[in-house]
Design a protein around this ligand. Structure first.
Ligand code: PYL
Length: 268
């Protein structure tokens, strides 16, 4: 999983409206409706719970430390979908204590390895990799008007890609997997999964692509299916700048929005 940078997140709070409009106009979902669908809950339950709870975002200093804009961006996304949110003054364990003492029911916190939302009333957590996978698969499913029996190319079988494979299988999509690691590909083949071994040859065969790879700038426009839709949680974006500009309406890509909103819905 690529570590986000302060630059990746700069100004993201100001573009949430235009991001949401892009998602709705081109994929038929809002950030809120995508997260509700991805979590498998009802809008009524989501709205009711958000009235009842408060959410703390806790900056975590361990490991490589705090990422500028990270806590603030998480808070902005959560507020955007209707949550009551505060960022704790304190960090780490003191931040957890502060969050609980200030009555938070959900605690969002991320170290270098995992980003979770902890529901301290229900004793459950939601995980950003799983939530991101479900949020982006939900968007692709909406664009395809259902992925059942439709071929999907999954690029990258890391944490997000593996969760996406689970969700795509739940939707009965016909998934082919590509990963740069041949050993991983061999394992998938042993499991009876369809694999692709040459990404440049594979790309134009698929109308639906889920790009969970941490590689950037490797997918050229002329390699792609003319009617392709791409759900791209991978950071940095796999598409070249030119391909992204041309395909813009058929690409959903963001560093945190879908994953954070779906974490909230999954942790309620
Ligand atoms: C959760 C993101 C999604 C992609 N990569 C993941 C990442 O960058 N993880 C590190 C997050 C560190 C946050 C830091 C803070 O500001 O609290 N500990």
């Amino acid at each position: 999983m690529t570590r986000l940078t302060e630059k990746d997140l700069a100004g993201l709070d100001n573009i949430l409206n235009s991001y949401d409009l892009h998602l709705y106009n081109n994929f038929g979902l809002t950030l809120k409706s995508a997260s509700i669908t991805a979590a498998g809950i009802s809008k009524e339950y989501f709205d009711k719970k958000l009235q009842e709870i408060s959410v703390a975002v806790i900056p975590v200093t361990m490991g490589q430390g705090i990422i500028g804009n990270f806590s603030y961006t998480v808070k902005s996304i959560l507020q955007y979908v209707g949550a009551n949110v505060f960022i704790t003054e304190s960090y780490d364990v003191a931040g957890i204590a502060e969050g609980i003492n200030r009555g938070a029911n959900l605690l969002f916190m991320a170290d270098d390895n995992q980003f979770i939302a902890l529901n301290n009333h229900k004793g459950i957590i939601s995980d950003n990799a799983e939530a991101t996978a479900r949020g982006f698969v939900t968007a692709l499913n909406a664009a395809a008007k259902g992925l059942e029996n439709k071929e999907v190319l999954l690029i990258g079988a890391g944490k997000v890609g593996s969760f996406a494979l689970e969700h795509l299988n739940e939707l009965d999509a016909k998934v082919a997997v590509y990963d740069i690691d041949n050993k991983k590909l061999e394992q998938f083949k042993q499991l009876g999964l369809k694999i692709e071994t040459n990404i440049n040859e594979a790309l134009n065969k698929y109308k639906y692509i889920f790009d969970a790879s941490p590689m950037g700038d490797f997918i050229d426009l002329d390699l792609l299916h003319p009617e392709v839709y791409i759900a791209a949680p991978g950071m940095p974006l796999g598409l070249t700048k030119e391909a992204y500009k041309t395909l813009n309406k058929r690409v959903i890509h963001d560093p945190l929005q879908l994953g954070v909103a779906t974490m909230l819905a999954m942790a309620l």
